[in-house]
Design a protein around this ligand. Structure first.
Ligand code: ATP
Length: 227
């Protein structure tokens, strides 16, 4: 379980994420939705030490992760898949997977079973994969590295709906095995069908934090509507 308490962050002096409380529970998918520029990526980056933490606390499974110690997250099996999918373009698919694999833990699901392309294209340079294929490789790397927490930025960006469905199914299986899964996107879309908990951000603040249920899609549509 990832817990953020009063977490604020940004870039240098620029405050982007205002003090935020958020819990991402193991065993379920949490969707974090918000319009372009709402601060979703910066929130993720602040958690993982890629943006500046201005205030607040991050704990993973009850263990404090102080500012400037993001390696503690990695060591505890937490991983972030960034918008650019975080694959090494010059390495092959197999090499990308080998580098992500942790020796001390078994992945919750076997990524080779979920994504046949990992076997079919094992020797192909990752940089030559299509956007959707890179995404699958990125998710597979996250599955291998993240036993405790997997956070995925811009999950559906550039993906065909059929690939989105496969990826969401895989992430659902991972969550069911106990991992905390945080999926970030500009659109509620298919994410909502797979998420147990939904959070929405606007202008650097959390404006909705609720269990998924009837009426939530309408509330999200309202938050996402261009005003
Ligand atoms: P998107 O869906 O486009 O990724 P987002 O909700 O993830 O949007 P952020 O990328 O976190 O939003 O951006 C939030 C705000 O932070 C924006 O106003 C953006 O201009 C600003 N911002 C983003 N990156 C930087 C940076 N490196 N330096 C300064 N400001 C930044």
């Amino acid at each position: 379980m990832l817990e953020l308490t009063g977490l604020a962050g940004g870039y240098g002096q620029a405050a982007v994420v205002r003090p935020t409380d958020l819990t991402v529970r193991g065993g379920e998918i949490t969707a974090l939705i918000g319009r372009n520029g709402a601060g979703k990526t910066t929130l993720l980056r602040t958690v993982f030490g890629l943006a500046d933490r201005h205030a607040g606390r991050v704990t993973l499974d009850g263990h404090d992760v102080p500012p400037g110690r993001p390696e503690l997250l990695a060591r505890a099996g937490a991983t972030l898949m960034p918008e650019d999918r975080g694959v090494f373009p010059a390495l092959t698919v197999a090499e990308n997977l080998r580098l992500a694999r942790r020796r001390d833990t078994e992945p919750a699901v076997d990524p080779y079973t979920v994504f046949p392309l990992l076997t079919d294209r094992a020797g192909q340079q990752a940089g030559t994969l299509s956007g959707g294929q890179k995404q699958q490789l990125g998710i597979a790397r996250a599955i291998l590295a993240g036993r405790t927490l997997i956070a995925v930025d811009e999950l559906t960006q550039g993906l065909q709906p059929s690939v989105v469905a496969d990826v969401l199914e895989a992430l659902g299986a991972i969550a069911a095995a106990g991992t905390a899964v945080l999926l970030v996107d500009q659109h509620a879309g298919a994410l909502l069908d797979h998420s147990r908990h939904v959070v929405a951000m606007e202008a650097g603040r959390v404006v909705l934090d609720a269990p998924n249920g009837p009426g939530l899609r309408d509330r999200l549509d309202d938050i996402l509507a261009v005003r």
